[in-house]
Design a protein around this ligand. Structure first.
Ligand code: SAM
Length: 316
């Protein structure tokens, strides 16, 4: 049983099975996106979102937070409601509270062929908390500039419960303000060549922002389906310890390669990292880090294929 996260690791294996090897109350924050509604076939693996929720609840510290990034597939013209069902299940049957349900608004979501429906340019980001309230919450790093910074304006006119209106106050507008619950990010692979090898990555900036709000330096961050390594990369940049798990050997290698590219300074900011011809234990960069990939799954799984001109986008 692993009772603390002493060093960061990428672990190859099934998320639920691997989490069972950790003691209870180990992680401060989890940021992840599950495969859902059979949108993609990750080598035939299926996922029990209830079992995953139960394990995540157990391994999360009291006051720890779990952020899930999820959308619903459309079947026969109707949404599957997997996201809403999962939120209700995790709160009603597992014990999480819903701290908030933020929205990931995707910039640049193309829409030429959306003739029969609205163009879906968002995903849900339910923020689950274990226990009463988050053990750490600091929104300063994600504050946004105020449009009217420095101006003196009227505001704060609220209506009391009894219907009486409280007078508005004159106030000087602060330079920055609370970010709200709709978070806007560029869609796609962050212009990172390595990352674009994964078909359903979310922007690195999503875990980067949640990590800054909900954790302190050296806290332990988890992504049980680490994919292209977005959460691991963000945790690494911010000096947090991290555990990343993925069923796919190729995606574990991809994550290790991205972190190695950052560490070796071969690619400053990892933005210009050149993709290896094929990700394999022999050819991927970062051999030094390979020792930290725990090879636990039974067989070697390759990533789902994607047409070379098809842009990567996040959709579990
Ligand atoms: C939506 S992707 C996650 C993408 C990731 N958030 C990123 O930004 O790159 C889902 C990932 O779950 C992995 N996966 C599927 N079933 C799994 C399982 N049972 N245990 C662990 N990982 C699994 C897939 O290999 C895939 O990389």
């Amino acid at each position: 049983m692993k009772s603390t996260v002493k060093k960061s690791q990428i672990i190859r294996g099934d998320a639920v099975a691997e989490l069972r090897k950790f003691s209870s109350a180990v992680f401060d924050l989890t940021v992840f996106s599950p495969p859902y509604d059979q949108l993609r076939d990750y080598d035939g693996y299926t996922l029990d979102l209830h079992a995953l929720g139960a394990e995540l609840f157990r391994v999360t510290k009291d006051g720890g937070v779990v952020v899930m990034v999820i959308q619903d597939q459309t079947c026969d013209g109707k949404k599957t409601l997997t996201s809403f069902r999962t939120i209700l299940d995790w709160c009603d049957n597992i014990g999480f509270g819903l701290f908030e349900c933020n929205i990931y608004q995707k910039q640049g979501k193309d829409g030429a062929w959306w003739s029969k429906r609205f163009r879906v340019d968002h995903e849900y980001m339910p923020v689950f908390v274990k226990g009463g309230k988050p053990r750490h919450f600091d929104k300063t790093p994600v504050k946004i500039p105020s449009k009217h910074a420095g101006k003196v304006m009227h505001g704060g006119a609220n209506r009391n419960k009894d219907g009486i209106t409280v007078d508005s106050r004159r106030m000087t507008i602060n330079p920055t303000k609370c970010p709200g619950t709709i978070w806007n990010y560029a869609n796609g692979g962050d212009k990172v060549a390595l990352k674009r090898q994964h078909p359903a990555a979310f922007p690195d900036k999503i875990p980067y922002d949640f990590i800054r709000v909900f954790t302190r330096k050296d806290d332990a961050v988890l992504d049980p389906m680490v994919g292209s390594g977005s959460t691991a990369v963000a945790a690494h940049l911010l000096g947090r310890k991290y555990i990343g798990i993925d069923i796919s050997r190729a995606y574990c290698d991809l994550t290790v390669a991205r972190i190695a590219a950052m560490q070796s300074n071969l690619a400053p900011g990892f933005k210009n990292a050149k993709p290896p011809p094929a990700i394999s234990p022999e050819t991927a960069p970062g051999a030094a880090l390979r020792a930290s990939v725990f090879d636990r799954a039974a067989s070697n799984h390759q990533p789902a294929t994607r047409h070379r001109n098809q842009p990567p986008h996040h959709h579990g």
